[in-house]
Design a protein around this ligand. Structure first.
Ligand SMILES: O=C(O)CCC(=O)C(=O)O
Ligand SMILES: [Fe+2]
Length: 204
């Protein structure tokens, strides 16, 4: 893949603004409707017993789940049944930007409704941190905050817009990050508003 014209490097996060055109974004939304129909969004509980504001589901061999027993990957949806396959239009982006040899095991679907946010965290439930995490933003703008590979220190913030893609890999694979807020209603892509973020990962 050639270097993208307006590519940014923010603390090792490779940000590709506007990587997906309107047609590609619409195709992803349509495919995700199928994923959500097969595997409904749910509100995970943190291990501390707090309900997360982001609603989630997954596609792939594994889905990411969280409850009182902790964060982990699971082969089945919390309400039972396998996760649907990762849509081809998602795999295409992974193959172009991450690897044509190895597909991801999980595509986590995060839905941010009005007021939803995600606190600073590391993505560390995967077995091999040599594999990057690929993140795709759709719908309303979201304010990504990027910290450091260890807890604490300064942070930088960047608004992610619909169609932006981020590759979190290399030395930044374990960098703390979160989404402080969304600008609800800033995009017309999703009926009813809100933001979808997809993260694709190799799990085991
Ligand atoms: O919504 C985002 O942009 C980031 C999501 C995220 O960090 C995660 O799912 O681990
Ligand atoms: Fe994350």
């Amino acid at each position: 893949m050639a270097e993208h014209a307006s590519e940014l490097d923010l603390r090792g996060f490779r940000i590709l603004p506007g990587y997906l055109d309107a047609e590609a974004q619409a195709a992803l939304v349509e495919a995700l409707c199928g994923v959500v129909a097969a595997a409904p969004l749910f509100s995970p509980m943190t291990p501390m017993g707090r309900k997360m504001s982001v609603r989630m589901t997954s596609a792939g061999r594994y889905g990411w789940v969280s409850d009182r027993s902790g964060y982990r990957y699971a082969a089945a949806h919390p309400e039972g049944g396998p996760w649907p396959a990762i849509p081809a239009c998602v795999l295409r982006i992974w193959r172009d930007l991450v690897s044509a040899e190895r597909d991801p095991d999980c595509c986590l679907v995060n839905y941010y409704g009005e007021g939803a946010r995600m606190g600073l965290h590391q993505d560390r439930d995967e077995a091999d941190f040599d594999w990057p995490v690929l993140s795709i933003s759709l719908g309303d703008e979201g304010l990504l905050r990027i910290g450091n590979p260890v807890k604490g220190g300064s942070t930088v913030s960047h608004w992610l817009r619909s169609g932006d893609v981020v590759v979190m890999g290399g030395a930044a694979r374990l960098t703390y990050h979160g989404v402080d807020r969304i600008r609800f209603g800033s995009s017309t892509l999703l009926k009813g508003g809100g933001r979808i973020n997809l993260t694709c990962r190799v799990v085991d």
